[in-house]
Design a protein around this ligand. Structure first.
Ligand code: SF4
Length: 327
């Protein structure tokens, strides 16, 4: 049996994720409606404690209200302007964001799902109206922008991008990763616990960024040269940067082959050939990642290989999310 699966029934509900309120079906949009997203409101809500925020409603802009747009030539500092009245909401929204985002610090958020295209909540490619010329889709909503600056380690996504299976898997994987980091570095953390944690993350990190894994290993080797706070900050930044890199098929194949290497001498030749054949099928795109992973996990548990059995790579998120079932 796997004694220390990283995703336990006990810890999942405690993971808190911020969300634009309208995505949960709250009627807070400018027109009094909502933008309920089934994946967020149904699936993610089963696994995370969602923390809803509607910046515009909470600021007191009223519901319903006139629409607002981002304006200006400085894409990093656009202004939020009412479409009809030309009311400038920029200072009000920035002040609100500073206070609300400070409050969110006590929630220990491990992720945030924002509403796409919103001048308050959009993270990627929000439309900005230039003083002259065509609008550009290069902006970021004011609230989302302030949140990203204050909490750079927290993974951010938009509900639209979560339709993409690869982006969805990467986002959820990072949410669980940040939660594990928060747990290991809570209070006066011990070096021995850090060593165990790092060892258990090896193959997951390898699947995202083998070079980054090497760097992180060197950092761990120098742990005594840093203050605990310095080390924690450096380790967390590097860890989350590695996790943000896409775990491509070739990188998974490399990690799977390393994991399968632990079975050398334990399984029969036909079983080993079968494992390698299934990894090859995954490489060619004939089967999803869950197939070689399940086969390897079967033999790891059968032959009781504790070091590999403790790897978060085997189960970095609940199986019910089916994030490894896509081709
Ligand atoms: S996108 Fe953001 S500001 Fe707009 S209704 Fe949804 S939560 Fe409120």
């Amino acid at each position: 049996m796997n004694q220390s699966k990283p995703v336990s029934e006990a810890n999942v509900p405690s993971i808190r994720v911020g969300v634009s309120s309208c995505l949960l079906g709250q009627e807070v949009r400018y027109d009094g409606g909502h933008s309920r997203d089934r994946y967020v409101a149904d699936t993610l809500a089963e696994h995370f404690a969602l923390v809803p925020v509607c910046p515009e409603a909470e600021l007191g802009m009223g519901t319903p209200r006139e629409t607002v747009r981002l304006h200006g030539d400085d894409l990093a500092r656009p202004r939020m302007i009412g479409s009809l009245s030309a009311t400038d909401w920029t200072s009000g929204m920035n002040r609100f964001a500073a206070t609300r985002i400070q409050q969110l610090g006590s929630e220990n958020l491990c992720g945030y799902v924002f509403k796409k295209n919103s001048p308050s909540c959009g993270v990627f490619r929000v439309k900005v109206y230039r003083d002259k010329g065509m609008p550009q889709r290069k902006g970021r909503g004011l609230f989302a922008s302030a949140f990203a600056q204050r909490y750079p380690l927290v993974p951010l996504e938009e509900e639209g991008r979560l339709q993409d299976s690869g982006l969805r898997e990467n986002f959820v994987e990072r949410v669980f990763a940040l939660h594990r980091l928060q747990q290991v570095f809570t209070g006066r953390w011990k070096r021995s616990e850090l060593m165990t944690f790092h060892a258990n993350e090896k193959y997951l990190l390898m699947a995202h960024d083998p070079q980054g894994l090497k760097y992180l290993g060197q950092l761990v080797g120098q742990v005594k040269q840093h203050t605990p706070a310095q080390f924690r900050d450096q380790y967390m930044v590097a860890f989350m940067a590695i996790m943000a890199r896409t775990a491509t098929v070739p990188k998974h194949v490399n990690a799977l082959q390393h994991v399968a290497g632990h079975l050398r001498g334990l399984v029969s030749s036909p079983a080993r050939e079968k494992i390698l054949a299934v990894i090859a099928e995954f490489k060619q795109g004939y089967v999803p990642l869950i197939v070689p992973m399940t086969l390897i996990q079967h033999y790891i548990e059968l032959h009781d290989v504790p070091y590999v059995n403790r790897q978060t790579y085997l189960t970095p998120h609940p199986r019910e999310l089916k994030l490894r079932n896509h081709a």
